[in-house]
Each structure stands twice: as C-alpha cells, then as structure tokens.
Design a protein around this ligand. Structure first.
Ligand code: HEC
Length: 94
C-alpha cells in the first residue's frame, strides 16, 4: 500500500517535471521567434510612413544620422535601430 502510494507520487512528480520542461522549451522557442533580423525590421518599420528607403540611397555615415532621426520619429527601440542600421550599412555597397 505504502509502496504503491510512493510510486504514484513519483509518477506525478515525473509528469510535473516533464510539463515544466515542455513549457520551458516552448518559452525559449517563442523568444527566438521574437528576435528579428535587421532586414525584417527595416521592411516592417521603415515603410510605415513613406516608401521603404533603399539601402543604397545613403552612405554609412548618412545612415547613422537618418537612423537617429527615424528612431525618434518612429519610436523604434535602441536595440532594433542598431539592427536596422547594420542591415542598411551592409546592403549599401560601401
Ligand atoms: C512614424 C513615421 C515614420 C517611420 C516609421 C519612418 N519614417 Fe522615415 N521619415 C518620416 C518623415 C515624416 C520624414 C520626413 C522628414 C522629417 O520631417 O522627419 C521621413 C524621412 C525619411 C528619410 C529622408 C531623410 C531624412 O532624414 O529626412 C529617410 C531616408 C527615412 N525617413 C528613412 C527611414 C527609415 C530607415 C525608417 C525605419 C527605421 C523610417 N524612415 C521610418 C517618418 C517616418
């Protein structure tokens, strides 16, 4: 009797751990999906108010200024504007 009870408790514990593990791994996956690339952020954010600007329009130096300007205008987070800037600079052929 006592032994069977212990067994059941052990099974319950195992299920709890398994569930905790599954929930935890789901959370990690969601975080990965949220992490977007600079190109993706550029496509989603920079075409909201005007046409999406072509990366080749400006030099690296000018993109710095424009990005600062548009960060304030568009209320883009510091982390995201850095990714967008990196994309614009990498794609302008400078
Ligand atoms: C909330 C609206 C809005 C969003 C979103 C936005 N812009 Fe703009 N953008 C403007 C406005 C308005 C202007 C006209 C200049 C001004 O008065 O600020 C402009 C002008 C520009 C110009 C012309 C040069 C300049 O600085 O005036 C460039 C290039 C530009 N935006 C790039 C971008 C990029 C890159 C993004 C994405 C990070 C972006 N914009 C997102 C509103 C926006």
């Amino acid at each position: 009797m006592g032994c069977r009870f212990l067994n059941r408790k052990f099974v319950m514990l195992t299920i709890c751990f398994a569930l905790a593990f599954i929930i935890h791994s789901c959370k990690t996956k969601n975080e990965l999906i949220i992490e977007k690339s600079g190109a993706q952020l550029w496509g989603e954010n920079c075409g909201r108010c005007h046409n999406t600007p072509d990366p080749t329009t400006y030099t690296d130096e000018k993109w710095e200024t424009v990005a600062m300007h548009m960060k304030v205008r568009a209320n883009i987070s510091s982390k995201e504007i850095v990714l967008i800037k990196e994309f614009l600079k990498s794609a302008n052929g400078d």
